[in-house]
Design a protein around this ligand. Structure first.
Ligand SMILES: [Zn+2]
Length: 380
């Protein structure tokens, strides 16, 4: 749509809210969707001429902004990213504080480990590591595994009760509440055909969630007014409007597109000769679509020869076991046998050494003779 990035001053696509006002929850639901703050396609085109209100270019597509619906999957992903980052930052800072007056050998990463363990206990593989500078030294910045949508959904459901034991007691309850309330909001966002009452409840709860999020400012890092992201503002002031207008936003979810991307990539890697990727993907999906109703039927099987199933099969299996055992012993004896004629003088001497015999002989024929005699004696 020709807009600047999410950190710009007026990053909301649907209204002219300044990034410093995103925390303000005193406005009514329609405040940002009415003149003078509402954006339209025409206003974006107009502002792009003067590079005003974070409009950098003319939109490439002429789609009315009423028909550009934010994707609930990415909204959830980006908000939970913020929440997870805050958890990681708190654990890292807590460890750092506790290690300040300790000798290097006594320093621990107890709180980071506890957080990793809590997330792993939800069945999600998750790691936290320190980024390194170009010279290989620790940078003091920490990164963590980027989780997929399905993992995030499990995390929202399972993690909050487990956070109680691993967070600072002072802010613990509020953070758990923030996680639980966001999960509730996300569930409400997925409802199809929500009633006006339901939408109003969603709006009130979303506003309350932002206030709750900000209530930790000053106590914990990452919950300040400036940490309210454009997605959080969109969730509060634009999502209810879209839910009202289109009868729920779940039908616009990007999950199908994401899944389609996965499927196409799998076809390309597993079922294509990679000469014409696009044609192969279309052909394979059409073929699978046509065959989707055909199922393999299990063949009926009757045990006709009862004596075979009762006795003969056991005898057959016992015979097979015997053959395997005897072939193993044969192989073992073959490896013990030595092809003396093909060995060099040095190899014969080493072999004799292995048998505990040292000799000064150098003549190859005499060495062969000696080894033959020794092996003969051993075998007798
Ligand atoms: Zn907005």
């Amino acid at each position: 749509m020709g807009m600047k990035c999410a950190t710009s001053d007026f990053s909301c696509l649907w209204c002219l809210i300044h990034k410093h006002d995103r925390h303000d929850m005193s406005k009514e639901l329609k405040y940002y969707c009415e003149e003078p703050l509402k954006r339209t396609l025409e206003s974006i085109k107009e502002n792009a001429k003067n590079n005003k209100y974070s409009c950098a270019h003319r939109p490439l597509l002429n789609i009315s902004l009423d028909h550009v619906v934010p994707d609930e999957l990415h909204l959830m992903l980006r908000v939970t990213d913020v929440l997870t980052k805050n958890l990681v930052d708190e654990a890292v800072a807590w460890d750092h504080k506790e290690n300040l007056n300790k000798a290097p050998c006594q320093r621990t990463t107890a709180h980071v480990d506890a957080l990793k363990q809590a997330i792993a206990s939800c069945g999600i593989s998750f790691n936290i590591w320190e980024k390194k500078n170009a010279d290989g030294k620790a940078s003091g910045l920490f990164e963590f595994t980027s989780l997929m949508g399905s993992d995030k959904k499990i995390l929202m459901k399972e993690l909050p009760p487990k956070l109680k034991d691993i967070l600072k007691p002072k802010s613990c309850n509020t953070i758990v509440q923030i996680w639980e309330n966001f999960h509730e909001l996300y569930t409400m966002l997925g409802e199809s055909d929500p009633s006006d009452e339901c939408i109003q409840t969603f709006f009130e709860k979303a506003k309350h969630w932002i206030v709750l999020f900000n209530s930790l400012a000053g106590e914990c890092e990452g919950y300040k007014k400036t940490n309210i992201t454009p997605y959080m503002h969109v969730m509060t002031y634009h999502m209810p409007i879209f839910m009202q207008k289109h009868g729920g936003v779940k039908k616009f979810t990007g999950q199908g597109v994401e899944k389609n991307n996965d499927v196409c990539r799998r076809f390309h890697l597993q079922k294509s000769n990679k000469w014409n990727a696009a044609a192969d993907v279309l052909k394979v999906s059409k073929r699978m679509d046509n065959l989707s109703k055909c199922e393999r039927r299990a063949r009926a099987y009757l045990k006709k020869n009862t004596s075979y199933w009762d006795d003969e099969i056991k005898a057959k299996r016992a015979r097979q076991r015997l053959t395997v055992v005897s072939s193993c012993t044969n192989n073992a004896s073959e490896t013990n046998s030595v092809d003396i004629d093909r060995m060099t003088a040095l190899e014969i001497k080493q072999h004799l050494n292995g048998l505990g015999i040292t000799t000064r002989l150098r003549n190859i024929n005499k060495l062969r003779e000696l080894l033959e005699n020794v092996l003969l004696e051993i075998s007798e």
